[in-house]
Design a protein around this ligand. Structure first.
Ligand code: NAP
Length: 250
């Protein structure tokens, strides 16, 4: 009998997370669609999965809050079963500005939302999946950004630096759990058509900057989701601590 595959996708009510949740369901995962505020959007993702015969639940949790992360994973234990995969996708950016304009409150918000969240969710996943704790193994994919390589000068160096930390988490955690049945990898998307650019103050950003991309276009959330699902799959069985850049050649 096949082992049931259970996945948590953080920030799955829209954008890259929603595309990942839908593709994971199509690949046979029971899916926890985590979201922060937008219950209606999360419910749409769940309904779409159920309409195709899949299993999904929507769970609200601020993944930068330790007790909410603990509750999120407990809900998955109760409602879906033994966790086998985590996608650390939830992430935020704030209004475009230079480093000389940034205050500590903003820096702490960005780092907590993008870095602390990944550590906390990875911790809960490792406690469930690692052979060290009696688990049967699994895989984690962190959603970093091309910004970690490029720095986002003049826009959001804080965001780029937070993704640098996600890259380092990916390498360090991968090595830490490499003999415990868990692989840890990351994707680094470039300019992808989602709502995140509106929070930076420029909803049309992808169309403005796509000329700087060698392929001369922005990416689609589904193109990122495909790489995430490959990294989670057995086809990537010897890949850990590594990155897939999805940035059209940038
Ligand atoms: P998005 O469209 O803005 O969606 C963000 C998602 O994260 C939403 O589901 C939101 O929930 C959720 N979320 C935000 N803060 C959260 C928190 N504290 N706890 C739980 N959920 C939270 O974003 P996206 O563009 O798809 O980005 C997804 C990931 O890809 C992020 O890590 C981002 O940095 C990365 N990325 C994106 C791009 C790009 O061009 N779009 C490029 C590189 C990397 P609600 O709907 O409830 O608010």
């Amino acid at each position: 009998m096949d082992i049931k595959k259970v996945i948590v996708v953080t920030g799955a009510s829209r954008g890259i997370g929603a595309a990942t949740a839908l593709l994971a369901a199509a690949r046979g995962y029971a899916v926890c669609v985590n979201y922060l505020k937008n219950r209606a959007a999360a419910d749409v993702v769940v309904a779409e999965i159920e309409a195709k015969g899949g299993q999904a639940i929507a769970v609200a949790a601020d993944v930068s809050s330790e007790h909410e992360v603990v509750s999120l994973f407990e809900a998955v234990d109760r409602q879906l079963g033994t966790l086998t995969a985590l996608v650390n996708n939830a992430g935020v950016l704030e209004t475009q500005m230079r480093v000389d304009q940034m205050d500590a409150a903003r820096l702490n918000r960005v780092l907590t939302a993008n870095v602390t969240s990944c550590f906390l969710c990875a911790r809960e996943a490792v406690r469930r999946m690692s052979s060290k704790f009696g688990g049967s193994g699994g895989a984690i994919v962190n959603v970093s950004s091309a910004a970690s390589r490029l720095g986002s000068a003049g826009e959001y160096v804080d965001y780029a630096a937070s993704k640098g930390a996600v890259d380092t988490l990916t390498i360090g955690l991968a090595r830490e759990v490499a003999t415990e049945g868990i692989r840890v990898n990351a994707v680094r998307p470039g300019f992808i058509y989602t709502d995140i650019h509106a929070s930076g103050g420029e909803p049309g950003r992808v169309d403005r900057v796509k000329e700087f991309v060698p392929m001369k276009r922005g990416g689609r959330p589904e193109e990122v989701a495909a790489a995430i699902l490959w990294l989670l799959s057995d086809e990537a069985s010897y890949a850990t601590g590594t990155f897939i850049d999805l940035a059209g050649g940038r």
